[in-house]
Unconditional design. Structure first.
Length: 353
């Protein structure tokens, strides 16, 4: 495993980092697909990257996760790689954010590395091919990995009609995902974060929960929130989750805060708008998890995400109140060996308790 980590950091990552980040993203998809088609490679990947242990199994909102480390939304936006991701060790994968109609997202370039901070800035803007195309691929799934569907609204949809977009995505995905995530916290769709305000959020979530309860077997619905909310806004979130009987929260999305970065101010300014992920959001994300867990008395599950690049980071999220964790930017900087490292660390932590 140490050999593989070294090879990624010394050879693969430096090569990838000479190229445009979004190009690398798509190239890595192609490479993983092609590699796993070679004879014996699925077994090789499972042996090298997949770490299993009965004590890592985590049951939450009626689902049993083989391990508590998932892939955050934004990586497999269009549900094109979920079958392959099982072979690098993830316990669950969240696809999306998906919108009713396909859209190009924001103009390129829109994904930037903050190498000095081990972070990223993105202003992708919910670029995806539309929920119906994703459904066709998900119907062909040949993996047992748990899949979450992260749903949003189209850029051109005004906020007063946003609920209709979420309902369309919910209905389309219902039979092909295991849980849902309502994304109202991306900073890259104009006015989207206004839906985090108390009244519009209650209306949206109540609509989805009512629809869900009409189904013979309802699916878990979670809400993904921003790290930039004040304590008063977090208090409202706790109240809303309890009132609507939502299944849980994902904390947190990317941040618009630029303070404390090691990257030069001129470079950050030249990049422009977008959400920061990776190590710069580690501390704030954990603080939000801890505040929500304490304020709610642990009355609902939290999936912790934001700046996890080591087993220690993941365990900090769990100590703060997270039941599961997700990674994305840490995966980019540390490579696929990070997943088993985190799982081994969590297992040791659970055994020591």
């Amino acid at each position: 495993m140490n050999y593989l980590c070294g090879m990624y950091k010394q050879i693969i990552r430096p090569l990838f980092f000479t190229m445009d980040p979004e190009r690398v993203h798509h190239l890595s998809f192609s490479l993983l697909r092609a590699t796993l088609k070679l004879p014996g490679m699925k077994s090789f990947f499972k042996k090298r990257f997949v770490f299993t242990h009965p004590e890592l199994e985590t049951t939450l909102f009626g689902l049993t996760f083989p391990n508590p480390v998932g892939l955050a939304a934004g990586f497999d936006k269009d549900a094109t790689l979920f079958n392959e991701l099982e072979y690098v060790g993830f316990g669950f994968v969240e696809v999306g954010t998906l919108t009713p109609v396909g859209q190009d997202g924001n103009p390129k370039p829109r994904l930037f590395r903050l190498s000095e901070d081990e972070g990223l800035i993105n202003r992708m803007g919910f670029n995806n091919g539309g929920v119906e195309q994703a459904v066709l691929r998900l119907k062909k799934r040949n993996t047992k990995i748990i899949i979450g569907g992260n749903i949003g609204k189209n850029k051109i949809t005004p906020n007063e009609l946003a609920t209709e977009d979420y309902v369309k995505c919910f209905n389309a995905l219902f039979d092909v995902v295991d849980y849902f995530v309502v994304n109202v916290s991306s900073p890259n769709t104009p006015n989207l974060r206004e839906l985090q305000e108390k009244e519009p959020l209650k209306q949206l979530l109540n609509t989805l929960m009512d629809l869900n309860q009409q189904r013979p077997s309802p699916k878990p619905i979670l809400l993904k929130i921003a790290p930039d909310l004040s304590n008063e806004q977090l208090d409202d979130i706790v109240e809303i989750v309890q009132e609507t009987r939502l299944d849980g929260l994902i904390a947190t999305n990317t941040t618009i805060d630029r303070s404390g970065l090691s990257t030069s101010a001129s470079k950050v300014e030249a990049i422009g708008a977008g959400g920061v992920s990776g190590k710069p959001v580690t501390k704030r994300s954990t603080e939000v998890i801890a505040y929500l867990h304490e304020k709610s008395g642990g009355s609902f599950p939290i999936i912790g995400v934001g700046g996890i690049s080591s087993a220690e980071d993941a365990i900090d999220k769990i100590k703060a109140g997270a039941s599961l964790v997700q990674i994305y930017t840490g995966y980019v900087y540390e490579g696929p060996a990070l997943i088993s490292k985190i799982n081994k660390g969590i297992l040791a932590y659970r055994k020591a308790k």
